[in-house]
Ligand binder design. Structure first.
Ligand SMILES: Cc1cc2nc3c(=O)[nH]c(=O)nc-3n(C[C@H](O)[C@H](O)[C@H](O)COP(=O)(O)OP(=O)(O)OC[C@H]3O[C@@H](n4cnc5c(N)ncnc54)[C@H](O)[C@@H]3O)c2cc1C
Length: 426
């Protein structure tokens, strides 16, 4: 298996190597703001930008350095994904809403692509599309059936890939077949976040880093936030804390399950070796219930791989070693490669496995982005800003009424169950 040397492996996300951290000079938050946005990931930045566009006074708070949540820990795959396979969406929401969700997920991806192009954001975007791959014959049958059920709502150009065609896409014997999606691609999530963060600062958003919100109480037709640096009054509060939502939000925390996922990147490897593994540079998603994601870096020199091996409370290093075993199972050629960085991050998953936007206890929130939040967090974050101002543009197929669903909230049994389902499917 690829070597992880505990003395030398860098435990920070690989993306952080080139750019400095984003601690803001405003050491203390003001006592009052029109709108406070809690959580400075992609969703929080999109909400803050939408609100500033409409002239609102916005304070953005984060308990860490902005971007240190999922937004700069991801694998950087820009995909259109409503969260659950199309037939599952139909079962849960009905055919019309399922189709609207699939359509909106595609719009979300296209919106971010257009935004990156229009603003000239340098985030190493490579629009090479993606493969959804099946690790068993039964999974492959399911993928094909999902595509057939989606019919005209499926992404344009999505098609089944098997046999020699699959071998020309992926140099791994671990997969039975795939569905190829020509849209989307890979980017550097840290560079994307840094560019949006700079834009928010230029637009006049006040950001205070390392200032966690500890609790929120309704007060004077608005809210009083108890923060690590003192009390802040706000007319409205937007919550975009996703996988990092804690006890400060008792009405929102049980709306998700929290799944710690692991990622690794190899040392630079000969380009000709990696080219044989993923010849077209596509993003690859192994569509288990606990997905595995892998891709090449934009320069084609390293392999990135992510998954969820911590089913039973592994230490981060043990989880990284398990992930390295999966790398070798997928690509035996990499059995002797060295892992340069190993890091983790937490994703939030809703009961329906789809993202949610709504209002609970007067708080505006967007959560539940799972493993495909780059496009959706940016999209629903913007809608959230519009929702605060009652703009009809905020309408979304992902809108839910809070309080209807509760989540059992116990990660370990949920993960064990999903992992068992994956093993049975194999
Ligand atoms: C290993 C891994 C790989 C992934 N790969 C992909 C991928 O390839 N493609 C993809 O689309 N998605 C991927 N994702 C998912 C993606 O990263 C997330 O869905 C997305 O970043 C969510 O963005 P967000 O803005 O909602 O939340 P986050 O970026 O997680 O931001 C939430 C912020 O809230 C802050 N916060 C929490 N509580 C408080 C509080 N009380 N007070 C103040 N601040 C608070 C946190 O500090 C954090 O900065 C991956 C995730 C992981 C972990």
């Amino acid at each position: 298996m690829p070597l992880i040397d505990s003395r030398t492996v860098d435990r920070r996300p690989w993306w952080w190597h080139g750019l400095g951290r984003r601690v803001r000079p405003e050491a203390y938050p003001p006592e009052r703001a029109d709108i406070v946005v809690v959580g400075a990931g992609l969703a929080g930045l999109a909400a803050a930008l939408a609100l500033r566009e409409r002239g609102q006074d916005v304070l953005l708070l984060d308990s860490r350095d902005p971007g240190d949540g999922g937004s700069s820990r991801s694998l950087g795959m820009l995909v259109d994904d409503a969260g659950a396979p199309f037939p599952v969406l139909v079962r849960q929401f009905g055919a019309a809403r399922a189709a609207a969700m699939a359509q909106e997920a595609r719009q979300a991806r296209e919106h971010l692509e257009a935004y990156i192009a229009a603003k000239g954001i340098e985030c190493d975007y490579t629009p090479h599309g993606r493969l959804d791959v099946a690790h068993s014959a039964a999974e492959f049958d399911r993928l094909k059936a999902d595509l057939a059920t989606a019919g005209s709502t499926a992404a344009p150009g999505a098609e089944v890939v098997a046999g020699g065609d699959l071998r020309s896409e992926l140099g791994s014997a671990a997969y039975h077949g795939a569905v190829r999606h020509p849209g989307g691609g890979g980017l550097d999530p840290h560079k994307l976040h840094a560019a949006l963060f700079a834009e928010a600062i230029d637009a006049g958003v006040v950001v205070v880093s390392r200032c966690g919100v500890l609790g929120i109480e309704p007060k004077n037709k608005g809210f009083e936030l108890d923060t690590e640096y003192g009390l802040v009054q706000a007319a409205s509060v937007v919550v975009t804390t996703n996988g990092y939502t804690g006890a400060a939000f008792p009405g929102l925390q049980p709306r998700q399950i929290y799944v710690r996922s692991q990622a690794v990147v190899t040392e630079p490897l000969p380009q000709e070796v990696l080219h044989q593994l993923i010849p077209r540079g596509r993003m690859v998603r192994d569509v288990r219930r606990l997905p595995r994601l892998f891709r090449l870096t934009a320069d084609g020199r390293r392999l990135l791989f992510a998954g969820t091996p911590q089913v039973l409370s592994d230490t981060p290093l043990a989880a990284a070693r398990r992930l390295a075993e999966w790398v070798a199972e997928t690509f035996p050629e990499l059995a002797q490669a060295r892992i340069a960085h190993a890091w983790d991050g937490v994703v939030g998953i809703s009961p329906a496995r789809t993202p949610e936007i709504g209002q609970a206890g007067g708080l505006h929130y967007a959560l539940g982005f799972g493993w495909s939040g780059i496009a959706m967090a940016f999209w629903l974050g913007r809608k959230l800003g519009q929702q605060v101002l009652r703009d009809p543009e905020s309408a979304s197929a992902f809108h839910v009424t809070a309080g209807k669903r509760r989540w059992m909230h116990y990660s370990t049994p949920w993960l064990a169950y999903q992992s068992l389902r994956d093993r049975l499917a194999g």
